[in-house]
Design a protein around this ligand. Structure first.
Ligand SMILES: Cc1ncc(COP(=O)(O)O)c(C=O)c1O
Length: 395
């Protein structure tokens, strides 16, 4: 069954169908992401399998050296995933009971690992234009118990690193940057690995550098790097000699090989994401009520996601209805994130302060398909679908 929709009408009931007469802009959905392996990735993984050297060895070391050099850090340490990368960074820097400023607008791991450390997360609101942590709000939330800042370079966009470092310097705070979504992002011409006490990455399958599972931590301090390496592998300094208590959070060489192989293509793929974002900016500028993401001045974003903001006064539908209609036209979307972190049941007990921008963003943002494999035809479909749905829902 198909249903035509009059422009401007509230069209909740048809949102699972294409807007005009059931004829979608495209019957084949635009791929939301591109996570496939190239033959070279498979060959490198196969070479490790054939060698029988499955544990963390040469390929993990190669990934550490090459990715580390590309991010501008002194030490890069691979690990099992981005969540344990955060845990490995937080543990030597923060003590139980410390207050740590955290983003209200991020993926849960940035904050849940602060809670796992026994620290008190103090939520900081987001900048409504860049979606990054609002450093002025962070400054207001500092108390005598504040010991650190955990800031996410969200969606591939750097936070205002100068402002974060200035605030940290003034109050003697440690800084961990969660760069799970921001491989190869830069700040004022330098890799983001040059800043803060530690930077963490995720290599989850959908990330800009995706190995399936995987992660890494970087830092520029020799003593901290030693502590992180010990924590990563049961505090072992010699065979069955354990200097301290730790974990097994090591990567393995199959993952390392995939990472090394994909790293060959990461700079070109990052440039393609940036070009695609510029192309989206032009499309979004033509649609009243939608706003393109803004990059923090001084930063170079790598567009893990391309996140658009809706002005509800310009549309007769909710964000979710808008997304559903786009999906019916062949354009899948995603919401990062449907709830700000203080509103997550797991973290609700820490919600002491308002984060109104994060609340607002949770109702208004949507991510469009973004990856290095978008074609002219994909852009044509996205533009036609956005235009069609925006006109149908025009307030
Ligand atoms: C901002 C952020 N931090 C941390 C993580 C956790 O990484 P992983 O899934 O590799 O544990 C993710 C993963 O989605 C993330 O997006």
């Amino acid at each position: 069954m198909t249903q035509a929709v009059a422009p401007g009408r509230a069209v909740r009931e048809v949102s699972s169908l294409a807007i005009s007469g059931g004829t979608p802009v495209s019957k084949t959905p635009v791929p939301f992401m591109s996570t496939g392996l190239a033959q070279a990735d498979i060959d490198q993984a196969l070479a490790v399998l054939k060698s029988g050297m499955l544990r963390a060895a040469k390929k993990c070391e190669e990934l550490e050296q090459r990715f580390g050099a590309m991010t501008g850090c002194r030490h890069m340490m691979t690990c099992a995933n981005g969540t344990c990368a955060l845990q490995l960074a937080y543990e030597p820097l923060f003590a139980p009971g410390d207050e740590v400023l955290v983003p209200a607008w991020s993926y849960i791991a940035t904050v849940s690992m602060i809670v796992a450390r026994g620290c008190v997360p103090v939520f900081v609101d987001a900048n409504p234009e860049t979606f990054q942590i609002d450093v002025a709000d962070a400054a207001k939330k500092i108390t005598p118990r504040t010991r650190g800042i955990a800031a996410t370079h969200l969606y591939g966009c750097p936070v205002d690193i100068d402002a974060v470092q200035a605030l940290a310097g003034k109050h003697g705070l440690k800084v961990v940057y969660d760069a799970a979504q921001s491989h190869l992002a830069t700040w004022k011409g330098k890799g983001i690995g040059a800043f803060g006490d530690a930077v963490t990455y995720s290599f989850y399958a959908t990330k800009n550098l995706g190995t399936g599972e995987g992660g890494s931590i970087s830092c520029n301090d020799d003593a901290l790097a030693r502590k992180i390496k010990l924590l990563r592998s049961h505090g072992e300094t010699d065979k069955y000699l354990h200097e301290s208590v730790g974990y097994n959070y090591r990567m393995n060489d199959i993952t390392g090989a995939i990472g090394c192989s994909k790293l060959d293509r990461l700079p070109a793929q990052t440039a393609q994401r940036q070009a695609n974002a510029a192309r989206y900016d032009q499309i979004i500028a033509k649609i009243p009520g939608l706003t393109a993401p803004k990059t923090t001045p001084g930063g170079e974003a790598v567009f893990h996601l391309y996140v658009v903001k809706m002005d509800p006064s310009k549309f007769s539908c909710t964000r979710d209805e808008f997304c559903k209609a786009l999906g019916a036209e062949g354009v899948p979307t995603a919401v990062h994130y449907p709830r700000p972190l203080p509103k997550q049941p797991a973290l609700a007990k820490w919600d002491k302060k308002d984060c109104p921008v994060s609340d607002m963003l949770s109702a208004r943002v949507l991510a469009l398909p973004m990856h290095h494999d978008l074609t002219d035809e994909h852009f044509r479909i996205v533009e036609a679908a956005l235009t069609k749905v925006a006109e149908a829902y025009r307030a």
